[in-house]
Design a binder for this molecule. Structure first.
Ligand code: AMP
Ligand code: MG
Length: 338
């Protein structure tokens, strides 16, 4: 894992949070950037070094097409003509298995496998509970009643998610069940897109950053900023030097609402059915984007000692930002932080 990260930071620093500072570069290649909206509920940004803008545009538009396609497949809110997506699977809960694209099967298989590996903290069958929180957050007035959450939780058993690889189908055994892949779909999709890009590109999708090799201007690393949870996008709280793999952040500032002066975020601890409140944010650094995404959500819920153990088991490093804004890091994260 350490092969992905460098301790030494180049003097010139490209800081990256929800913003990008586009600098010029030497040599025969130039730096290009593109951004688009409309997928995974966030802005997707792509940066690459190419000899010509036409080369970059070709790579970036291929990446955009791919992420749009993955967005349609993993969407739980909208139908699209001619495809069976996760909304179709949810709509058919308790009724019949749905034949789906292999990439849906792969994502769901991966996420179901990670359920026990994350001590049950990341449960993609938590859809009914997450939908209630989503609706109450959209209203922004009150908290969901406990009984409503508990009743919904009765339909969240991961063992009732049936994956039939041979038939290529997905089935939710009970009517009213639903999948929510918010904890892992962006990381999974960004990882696939990064694999399809030439070496030395960076893709960022709302807290998920993946790079396909060191930047093409001769610098050793990309500098990836961990956003200050207090909304200061200009000044990252920590900057990490990476030349491969992913940095994925789960933060309490990403989707939140306030009731009686208390802020409630979007990451729900299945053991309490309430938003997790241990940290302001958790960033996971590692070779695999989908894994970092699942782990960032899990570690946001878990105590730091258990989270650290889990990250180590998967060859990942972690930056935790605590409610008092103090920063804890694993040793590997400290080595690449500035
Ligand atoms: P992330 O920003 O990657 O941590 O993912 C947060 C999103 O994952 C939320 O907006 C929900 O859609 C979903 N989510 C929240 N809590 C959980 C949970 N305990 N297990 C699975 N998915 C969750
Ligand atoms: Mg996640």
């Amino acid at each position: 894992m350490k092969a992905f990260f460098f301790k030494r930071a180049p003097a010139m620093c490209l800081c990256f949070c929800l913003f990008l500072c586009l600098n010029g570069c030497g040599g025969s290649v130039k730096k290009y950037g593109a951004a688009f909206l409309g997928t995974f509920d966030t802005t997707v940004q792509i940066i690459g070094y190419e000899k010509s803008k036409a080369d970059f545009d070709e790579a970036a538009s291929g990446a955009q097409g791919m992420i749009e396609e993955l967005h349609r497949l993993f969407d739980i809110y909208h139908d699209y003509d001619g495809i069976s997506n996760l909304k179709t699977v949810n709509d058919m809960a308790g009724t019949a298995p749905v034949r789906v694209d292999d990439r849906i099967l792969e994502l769901v298989e991966f996420a179901v496998d990670m359920y026990s590996k994350t001590d049950g903290t990341v449960n993609i069958a938590l859809g009914p509970v997450l939908r209630i929180w989503h609706d109450y957050r959209s209203e922004g007035v009150s908290l969901p009643p406990r009984e409503l959450l508990e009743e919904a939780y009765g339909l969240c058993d991961i063992l009732d998610v049936v994956i039939d690889r041979e038939a290529g189908t997905l089935f939710l055994r009970k009517s009213g069940m639903s999948l929510d892949v918010g904890a892992c779909a962006k990381g999974f999709a960004s990882g696939l897109v990064a694999e399809s890009l030439p070496d030395g590109y960076l893709i960022s999708a709302g807290g998920n950053v993946v790079v396909s090799g060191a930047p093409g201007d001769g610098r050793e690393t990309w500098k990836i900023g961990v956003q200050d949870p207090r909304d200061d996008e200009e000044n990252p709280i920590v900057t990490l030097g990476v030349y491969g793999g992913a940095v994925v952040t789960s933060g309490d500032y990403q989707r939140t609402y306030t009731v009686d002066g208390v802020s409630y975020n979007h990451i729900i601890d299945p053991s309490t059915l309430m938003p997790a409140a241990r940290y302001r944010s958790v960033s996971v650094i590692g070779p695999d984007s989908a894994l970092c995404d699942v782990l960032s959500t899990a570690l946001f819920i878990l105590p730091a000692d258990r989270g650290g153990e889990l990250a180590e088991a998967y060859g990942c490093d972690v930056v935790w930002i605590l409610p008092d804004m103090s920063v804890e890091m694993t040793e590997g994260a400290r080595e690449i932080a500035t």
